[in-house]
Design a protein around this ligand. Structure first.
Ligand SMILES: [Zn+2]
Length: 440
């Protein structure tokens, strides 16, 4: 028998496995609040803390004012991506940004399509404030004004009690608040529905091809390939699942940093900080081991084994791996979120907050360049993945202790209870009242 059909079958199986990974109806972000992480990391950074407040500016105004310069920046960005991002699907020529669009509204849409994000989001002007802080500007916006409608329910418990503050072009606002607010934004729908099999008007024309993993019919899963970077898996896994290479956080980071640097150079600091926040989001995503690694703590050989079992109808081992990875992923995010949220209302910072603010290790890393997201951030995160998995298992074993101690207390308290059977009764737990050996 030829080897080709076998490999094809294994590839298909593996593809389905990864599909299941993202089948969860609950959105899997990397971190539950990029706002809190960013605010904590930058609040004492001199370049940000001492920066002057900036005038708020609409996206349409920025794009109209800088249409000539933006066309050049985006052309350079496209050339960079073609050269440096493996498997990069090039921008269709008709989407290349041109300053020739006459109407401002058309121009903004052309800009958004040229960077291939969801173009019909409101891109409202708004700020988040950290828990416990006083809101200065009294024009509250509901989350439906800043993100895709179906996401509102999920974010309402995480974003500023479900309300944010509208700001206006006449307002001057702190750089820190602009960056931190923007750092949350790529999870608000910017990368949803962009693949051709998502069947959206923009997915049909963006040229990204079919969604490489995740379920194209579950809308939130479509953002994953822009927010995950499986750059350091084994060559065997790449051989069997080449689609894992189709992850594009580097494209997002480079684009947003190019826009940010251009906005600063051309005198639009509000958009300089806002695009910077978008880039930071994708860098932070790569720090999450469950975003840089397909299955932390699970050897490639075991992944292949459980998929092979699955193909012959033994499905429970694969389901167990999927469930474990999903639960650990969510648990890690939840842990950080809850700790940080409590920290902002607490005058004594926790160790995690202190670690986020600690700048002593910044220069242990190489200076930032285009290879940094892959070769520094994702590599470090991938190296931590097995350890993160062990930590999560340690939490599981705490569950064993909790259960054992609870039962031991019950044994002690009920030791003289008259219903205690003199002989072990196998059905005692469920049928104590009818257990034949229990004294009446
Ligand atoms: Zn993300």
């Amino acid at each position: 028998m030829s080897e080709v059909p076998t490999i094809t079958r294994v590839k298909k199986t593996l593809s389905w496995s990864l599909l299941i990974w993202t089948l969860s109806a609950q959105p899997l972000g990397a971190w539950d609040s990029h706002f809190l992480l960013t605010f904590a990391a930058l609040k004492n950074m001199p370049e940000i803390a001492a920066a002057p407040d900036v005038h708020v500016e609409t996206l349409a105004s920025f794009v109209a004012a800088e249409k000539v310069g933006l066309a050049k920046v985006l052309a350079e960005n496209e050339a960079w991506a073609n050269k440096h991002v493996p498997t990069y699907p090039h921008l269709p020529a008709q989407l290349a940004f041109s300053s020739a669009h006459p109407a401002t509204a058309t121009l903004q849409n052309a800009f958004l399509q040229s960077i291939r994000v969801k173009p019909d989001l409101p891109f409202a002007l708004f700020l988040q404030y950290p828990p416990g802080s006083t809101h200065r500007i009294r024009h509250s916006l509901s989350l439906g004004n800043i993100m895709l409608g179906p996401l509102v329910a999920d974010f309402s418990g995480r974003v500023a009690k479900g309300r944010v503050e509208a700001v206006y072009p006449s307002d001057k606002v702190p750089a820190l608040e602009v960056i931190a607010t923007a750092a949350d934004e790529p999870d608000y729908g910017l990368d949803i529905g962009l693949w051709q099999d998502n069947h959206t008007p923009y997915g049909d024309i963006y040229g990204f091809g079919e969604q490489p993993f995740g379920n194209p019919t579950i809308f939130f899963s479509s953002q994953a390939p822009f927010h995950m970077g499986f750059f350091h898996e084994s060559s065997l896994l790449y051989m069997l699942a080449g689609f894992l290479k189709r992850c594009y956080p580097e494209y997002r980071i480079h684009t947003y940093l190019a826009l940010s640097r251009y906005a600063f150079r051309s005198g639009h600091p509000y958009w300089g900080y806002r695009f910077l926040g978008w880039a930071i989001h994708h860098v932070q995503d790569l720090t999450q081991p469950y975003h840089s690694t397909v299955a932390p703590g699970t050897h490639t050989a075991y992944l292949i084994f459980v998929n092979a079992l699955n193909s012959i109808g033994i499905t429970s081992p694969r389901k167990a791996v999927v469930q474990k990875v999903t639960q650990e992923h969510l648990a890690l995010e939840d842990y950080y979120f809850r700790l940080l949220q409590a920290d902002f209302a607490n005058p004594a910072p926790s160790k995690m907050m202190q670690a986020l603010m600690n700048a002593r290790h910044d220069f242990h890393y190489p200076r930032y360049d285009d290879s940094y997201p892959r070769d520094v951030v994702a590599k470090e995160s991938h190296a931590r993945a097995a350890h993160a998995d062990r930590l999560m298992q340690e939490l599981d074993s705490m569950g064993e202790s909790i259960g054992s101690h609870t039962r031991n207390v019950v044994r002690y308290a009920t030791s003289s209870w008259p219903l205690r059977p003199s002989e072990p009764c196998p059905t005692r737990r469920d049928q104590l009242s009818v257990c034949p050996s229990a004294p009446q």
